[in-house]
Write a protein that binds this ligand. Structure first.
Ligand code: IPE
Ligand code: IPE
Ligand code: MG
Length: 243
């Protein structure tokens, strides 16, 4: 079955792109080489997602904890982010994608912030895939920021605490306006979320694959969607056959 025939396409796929370092180590290359190869995988998966007609794709590019890595590696990752935006934005715009970046914007270099804002501005009216990069992103920070904002509104008398619902909290997250992910994929064999979309993934299907991110391409992405199509989602209710 091709994905074109896939009746059960997720609305939103989110990917924890992990394993660049191990990919490089296996080749006796510096970790940075793994990140370079990882960018090629990003390109291929974004193209595949557009071709398939996926509505929402979110990619975890840099976590709020990744600042703990050596300055040289952080610098290389920032450099690659710059390069990616410079080289790929034209194609992304041509494909009609709407770009968003979710994360803490106060710690990134000013020129990166400018690129982020420019990419968001120039694709604001696009109606193709919602392409979201989680960059300097941490789920706990995101939820704490939403709580802080709601607490401030309540303290100032603008919000009745009784009016705080899951929907209201969702509307204060970076991802407001996007549907919750149906499928979260993590590459490289690690089985954890590492602070990614904690609130939003409440009912996501989780798929852990052993492939290292630089080896993850169109074929692997299509296989992941195929696997998703066989999952039975219940959302706490009973399957139709039983109910
Ligand atoms: C994922 O690959 C890229 C980022 C976290 C930025 P890693 O760099 O985490 O690769 P491993 O996990 O060390 O193999
Ligand atoms: C998660 O991967 C972050 C990204 C993929 C950007 P990490 O490699 O940073 O996660 P841990 O440290 O193994 O949990
Ligand atoms: Mg890793």
């Amino acid at each position: 079955m091709t994905v074109g025939e896939c009746s059960n396409l997720p609305r939103h796929v989110a990917i924890i792109m992990d394993g660049n370092g191990r990919w490089a180590r296996r080749r006796h290359l510096p970790r940075q080489a793994g990140h370079v190869a990882g960018v090629n995988a990003v390109r291929e998966v974004v193209r595949a997602a557009c071709d398939i007609g996926l509505a929402n794709l979110t990619l975890f590019a840099f976590s709020s904890e990744n600042w703990k890595r050596p300055a040289m590696e952080v610098g290389a990752l920032m450099g690659l982010f710059r390069l990616y935006f410079r080289n790929d934005m034209k194609e992304i715009v041509e494909r009609g994608a709407r770009v968003r970046i979710i994360g803490n914007r106060t710690r990134v270099d000013p020129d990166i912030l400018q690129m982020i804002e420019e990419a968001e501005r120039s694709t604001l009216g696009n109606t193709g895939i919602n392409l979201t990069f989680a960059f300097d992103y941490g789920g706990q920070e995101e939820i704490a920021a939403a709580a802080r904002e709601l607490a401030r509104a309540a303290a100032e008398g603008r919000l009745d605490p009784e009016a705080i619902t899951p929907e209201l909290v969702s509307s204060r997250l970076f991802t407001h306006g996007l549907p919750e992910p149906d499928l979260v994929i993590r590459t490289s064999g690690e089985r954890r979320l590492s602070n990614f979309l904690l609130w939003q993934s409440a009912y996501a299907e989780l798929l852990f694959v052993d492939t290292l991110w630089p080896d993850f391409g169109r074929k692997e992405f299509t296989e992941a969607l195929e696997q998703f199509s066989h999952r039975e989602r219940r959302f706490g209710a009973l399957p139709e056959a039983v109910a």
